[in-house]
Structure formats: C-alpha cells, structure tokens
Ligand binder design. Structure first.
Ligand code: F6P
Length: 360
C-alpha cells in the first residue's frame, strides 16, 4: 500500500539536516514507492491554514542538497503547541489543531528530526493522536541519550577546531590569552572535543566545576615554561568565577546562554596580567557545509528511519552505537540530557595531554 510519510525538522538547525531529508525521501521512494511530505518550519507548518507542506520529489534531491547547511524545510525552536504563546500574552493549548492538520494531510506516519525538546513534544502529540512516530536525533550539542552521535555535532566540532587553528597564530603573534566560547547548551561535548582537536591549553565544561585560581596558575606555568600565549575553550553554560550562570536576555523575553567567555577573560586578565581577547563562535557552529561525517550519519539515519516505518516499529529513535545504526525507545532517549562523562575517554585524553580542566 502506498504510504504518505510526513517529515519535519524541529529545534535549532545544524549541519546535515538536508542530508537526512534527502536520504528519507530517496529511501521511501526507491525501496517502498512512498511519498514524503515535507512539513515547513517544524510544527509551525501544521498550524497554518492550509498546512504548509511540500511533496518532496526524489528526482530533485540530488547530492547538491547534502552540501547545503541549514534545512530546506525550515525549522523553529519556539512555540510549544501545548502552551503556545498568543499575541495577547496568554498561553493556549493548540495541540488539537496540529493533530487535525495531520489527519487533513492524510499522514500514515511522521518522521521527526529533532533534539530532546522536540522529541518530548512530538511524542506527546503522537500519543494523543495515535500518529506513528519515528525520531532522528540531531543537535550540535550531542546531548541526546542513547546515541553516540547526533546529526550536526561533527560539523560543530570541526568549526570550533578550525577557530582554534586560526586563533593560535594570532595569539602567538600578540602574546595573548585567547578565550573561545562555544555552544553546547548544558553539555560540554563540543568544548572538550574541539579543545583536544584544536590543541587548547585549558578547557572548561559545565560537567567539571573549575577554580579560577587553577586556571590562572596553569597560564602562569605555561609562561614560566616559555610560552607566550594560551588557548582557552569554554562551554557556554559554564558558570562565571563567582558561580553564577551567564545568560543573555533577548528583547522577546527569551533567555539563552552567552557571555561566559568575556567574564572568564576578564578574570584571567586580572589574575595573571595577561592580555586577553574573546571569540564567541555562536551560530557559526550550526551553519556552513556539513562535514563528511555528518553526511554519512545523516544518510544512515534517514535510510534506517524509513525502514523502521516499513517494519511498523514506532515510538523509536534511530541511534548510532558501536559503529552500527540501531533503534532505541524514543521515550528513554529524551528523559535526561547526556552530558560529558567526567571519567570518560575524552576527559581522560584531555588530562593525559596536559590540558587543564580547571579542577586541579
Ligand atoms: O541546541 C542548539 C543550540 O545551538 C545550543 O547550543 C544553543 O545554546 C542554542 O541552540 C541557541 O539557540 P538559538 O538559536 O535560539 O540562539
């Protein structure tokens, strides 16, 4: 029987999303003869009248699409349909409108590409409506439980590593301490991986509390050893030296992490007398050409997700474990974010290389 599978990208964009869209569409068409209906701007597309959708034509999704950053379907990380912000400031439950839209466009199943926040919402909608759901994990933060990799993480690490490659010569030319603030929300995965790959001297992650005196002492040691510069990577959710979270308030009322790099650089400057500069990588980590690694994982996830739909296996999330694509319960994978293991391989590697994590 011909099926119509809905496909949406939800939450923050990242490298590799278009490769997932391509893989889902190609697999659905070539292996099963199904149609894939792309839903624009995540669930927002289903709140439009008529629903904002586009039948994805496999003949038009050539490899060029894989090379593009962002998502051709659009996405949003705002507007929980169960508590949707209305123009008058009130919150309204609009979940039934979305469910009605899914029926109106005659979806047989939905594949959602998202992170833990999006999955929690999609799962609740699926339970309420009975719509069969499969999840594909994407997030530069790499904090989705039960998968070793999420689409977008590899690209973000590559961007942060390149930033360190570029900061090192200018740091050395000017005798400076360069602080690089990277994203990652409540997890330090990007910081620790890029710190290792980019040859950082100090890496601060939220999972390992630091003492600013230990950071300053490490910089002093480097200088006594003849080094005229230092590279510091700090994850955005690391607390400031006084223990406070550093948040930015946006005009719309939203809050996001941002600013720890400057707070840290000031403290380092005061304690060591070093000249410091700060680079906040921000959304550069989400854009640009996806790495080969992200394209491969995205393609593997997309193919497998369609096969899950064909097998009638729902409420599952595609995952990468031990070099294999597997599937895990969607509910378990989103229960709590997966943070950096303070005793794990990357932390041990960093310590083994003499990188200061601020705790000793
Ligand atoms: O979750 C992905 C992410 O890029 C986080 O690393 C970051 O904290 C957040 O999204 C930024 O969100 P926004 O795009 O709303 O600024």
């Amino acid at each position: 029987m011909t099926k119509r599978v809905g496909l949406l990208t939800s939450g923050g964009d990242c490298g590799g999303l278009n490769a997932v869209i391509r893989a889902v569409t190609l697999r659905a068409a070539s292996a099963y003869g199904w149609e894939v209906l792309g839903i624009r701007n995540g669930l927002m597309g289903l709140l439009r009248q008529p629903p904002d959708t586009e039948s994805l034509n496999p003949a038009k999704l050539d490899a060029a699409l894989m090379r593009l950053g962002g998502t051709v379907l659009g996405t949003t990380n705002k507007g929980d349909p169960f508590a949707f912000p209305m123009p008058d400031g009130s919150l309204r439950d609009r979940s039934q409108e979305i469910i009605d839209a899914c029926h109106a466009i005659r979806l047989d199943a939905l594949i959602g590409i998202g992170g833990d926040g999006s999955f929690a919402i999609l799962r609740r909608l699926a339970q309420q409506s009975g719509l069969p759901l499969v999840g594909i994990p994407k997030t530069i933060d790499n904090d989705v439980r039960d998968t070793e990799a999420s689409v977008g993480y590899d690209t973000a690490v590559a961007v942060a590593t390149e930033a360190l490659d570029r900061l090192q010569p200018t740091a050395a030319s000017h005798d400076r301490v360069m602080v690089l603030e990277v994203m990652g929300r409540d997890a330090g995965h990007i910081a620790i991986a890029a710190g290792i790959a980019g040859g950082a001297d100090i890496v601060l992650i939220p999972e390992i509390p630091y003492r600013i005196a230990a950071v300053a002492a490490h910089i002093d040691r480097l200088r006594r050893g003849g080094r005229n510069f230092a590279l510091v990577v700090v994850a955005e959710s690391v607390r400031d030296p006084a223990g406070g979270l550093v948040l930015r308030q946006h005009p719309g009322g939203q809050k996001s992490y941002g600013g720890i790099g400057a707070a840290l650089a000031d403290a380092i400057g005061r304690l060591t007398g070093a000249e410091t500069r700060v680079t906040v990588l921000g959304h550069l980590q989400r854009g640009g050409q996806p790495t080969a690694g992200d394209r491969v994982i995205a393609s593997a996830f997309g193919v497998y997700a369609v096969d899950l739909v064909a097998a009638g296996r729902f409420d599952r999330m595609v995952a990468w474990q031990n070099r294999r694509v597997v599937d895990v319960p969607l509910g378990a994978s989103i229960a709590t974010p997966a943070c950096v293991d303070p005793d794990g391989a990357l932390v041990r590697t960093a310590r083994g290389l003499g990188i200061c994590l601020g705790d000793a």
